[in-house]
Design a protein around this ligand. Structure first.
Ligand code: FE2
Length: 294
């Protein structure tokens, strides 16, 4: 059934899509925008620095998701975070996907546009998972070409996020942090460092999370993600369904020492809690950000 929009719902004509918002620098802790919290956010205008919207949720021509994003954007800066760009696919990027993303970017003027160092599709088939890459020179060339293509198309610098992973490839020629460093050099992209992902992968693969943080080119880091994982005894599973765990808060403090007071997102994607829980997590992040500034 088609959603019935309120009278004041925006139309989606070309002239409405043109620049309506000034681009805004963000700081402090942000919260992932989820449909369960739309009404509460719009009714109460909570004291949140910014929200991160999942790009693909707003690819439609109209309807309630876009209506709510429009309303949220009237009061808050946003970032756009994607899972479907598939920068690591050996096949061509999906130009239809990129056209939809560009329309969203032009309309909402997010502070940042980000996606993952991963692949999710092959020959037009989507796998709904962020899959890892072998860290080889060949893969680096492919990902770099894709990042440059996207940046040229959007007219924006992309933020690339490090993945959480559960397997690695015998034929990798460099570490993940070396791969990310080389990618940022080749493309001038910026980085979204997911501290939870580093912890999860460090435990799963047995590398040093601190060594990873220390190797990241700090001048390129524009955003940090924090989330909760599940401990499955033999491995950690990145579910985004829990509060941030104590070792990740510790690693976050080490990351802030190195990168400075980088805007930080509280991510929560499964078993979405009351908004107040997200506010508590964001307040903890804000306190640590302020500690770095003092
Ligand atoms: Fe993340």
């Amino acid at each position: 059934m088609e959603p019935i929009l309120p009278e004041s719902a925006p139309c989606f004509m070309e002239d409405v899509i043109l620049s309506r918002f000034k681009e805004i620098e963000i700081s402090g802790a942000g919260i992932g925008l989820r449909s369960q919290h739309y009404q509460q956010i719009l009714d109460n205008k909570p004291n949140v620095h910014w929200f991160e919207a999942l790009s693909e949720n707003y690819f439609g021509e109209g309807g309630l998701p876009l209506y709510h994003l429009e309303k949220v954007r009237e009061h808050y800066p946003i970032t756009l975070h994607g899972v479907g760009m598939s920068l690591g696919s050996a096949t061509s990027l999906n130009t239809n996907y990129l056209a939809k993303l560009k329309r969203l970017v032009d309309r909402f003027e997010p502070a940042y546009v980000s996606d993952h160092l991963a692949w999710v599709s092959v020959n037009g088939k989507y796998l709904h998972d962020l899959l890892p890459l072998p860290y080889t020179e060949e893969a680096l060339t492919i990902v770099a070409e894709h990042v440059i293509q996207v940046q040229d198309f959007l007219g924006r610098t992309l933020l690339i996020e490090n993945p959480a992973s559960y397997l690695s490839f015998n034929n990798s020629e460099m570490t993940e942090w070396e791969f990310i460093g080389e990618l940022s050099k080749k493309t001038d992209c910026h980085l979204l460092i997911d501290v939870n992902n580093i912890h999860v992968s460090a435990i799963n693969h047995g590398f040093s999370a601190i060594e990873y943080i220390d190797a990241i080119p700090s001048e390129r880091v524009r955003e940090i993600h924090l989330a909760g994982y599940e401990d499955h005894d033999t491995y950690l599973f990145d579910t985004h369904g829990h509060r941030v765990h104590p070792p990740v808060w510790d690693l976050y403090e080490a990351a802030l020492e190195r990168f400075g007071p980088v805007p930080t997102l509280i991510e929560w994607d499964t078993d979405i809690p009351e908004f107040s829980v997200l506010m508590e997590e964001a307040a903890h992040s804000d306190a640590l950000l302020e500690k770095i500034l003092s």
